[in-house]
Design a protein around this ligand. Sequence first.
Ligand code: PMP
Length: 444
Amino acid sequence: MKSIPLPPTAHQPSPYVGPSLEQVLAQRKQFLNPGLFLYYKQPIMIVEGKMQYVWDSTGKRYLDGLGGIVTVSVGHCHPHVLKAINAQNATLQHSTTIYLNPNIGAFAEKLASKLPGDLKVCYFVNSGSEANDLALLMARLYTGNYDAIALRNGYHGGSPSSMGLTAHSNWKFNVPHSFGVHHAVAPYPYRGHFGYDDPDAGRKYADDVKDLIAYATPGKLAAFIAESIQGVGGFVEFPQGYLKHAYEHVRAAGGVCIADEVQTGFGRTGRLFAMDHYADQGITPDLMTIAKSLAAGLTLSAVTGRADIMDAPAPGGLGGTYAGNPLAVAAAQAVIDIMHDEQLPARGQQLGDQLQHRLSILQHRVPQLAEVRGLGAMVAAEFRKTDGSPDAPFTKDVQARALAKGLILLTCGMDGNVLRFLFPLTIEQPVFDEALEIMEEALL
Ligand code: PMP
């Protein structure tokens, strides 16, 4: 087994006794949809997780710098989450919206107390895509309008309607899609039309939203949706003033502003929600969608919003066999308590500051490292070739070198030339120090 330069850990994984990687791979090829892709050339089979670590079937330990694709901000199998799920598991595994359930209401009340602005009502579903579908539906029902604006370089899911909102060709199929959806220019300071040196860039990018309303719609809008920071698109933070102006244009056309916090929510950006940073400037969405870290990787997502908008579906119009599953809600209740008790958003800010600082120093030694950016613990590094074009091969190499040393990282961005860092917020400082060392070695 390859030696890994990670600090020792007290957790002893159980010896893996299941089918071999080769058997699992063969089964997957034959019985699972070929549309599923495997990320690594040498597939990894993860069989156990504890806090910041995961173990593969050979017993090799990895540091999860991807945080379970941003689902385990509290860490894998956090003891409080386990306790909550196990207790719920022993009493009731399934309930549905046709019955009353004491925990769902209590969790909705707690979540509502933490939401920015006038967002006071929650409705639970099962994935980020489903939450965005429902948010768009609610906006259409509430406004009576049809057209919606999303952003280029945005990712909102793979279901028919969220795929329509998504603006990445590699996540769209060649079928009718994007009904009534128009995609505005991405306010991407590093690669867009207006750079950091333009203090008016936010307003200028937002003018495209105004133009789309004027030229591509009947002048009326149902919704505008944007990730608070574009995730899959490469951790793109909008220039100052963008959302303020965009929201003004949208509301003037009768539209509802939706913030997609599927990736940015639950402590990732140094606050519980990325929109909390905006709330300080008086900018709040009308609807907000949350998933991923909400329930530590269990399938739970939420549409949250202003009561009048959330009331738009006729009484009895909403349902869902699994909506607000008790196990997932038990996990989410534990997560929200852990976020508060362990002050994880603030810890995320510290982690992000350290990471950005280290990467900025490395910029002097790594010519490919074009930009370091992020908010809180949502940090990315964008790589370019000498001619300025995106350097995906270098990005892949860095990722492979980190993996060989036991650090899992993921690429993102339209051209695959951005590395994303999404460490569990519970990562211990000595382990994080080691992660920074590995990252540096992988970059040099
Ligand atoms: N919105 C955003 C911002 C996302 O990052 C994702 C998933 N990457 C989704 C929506 C879709 O979520 P899911 O995969 O749970 O459907």
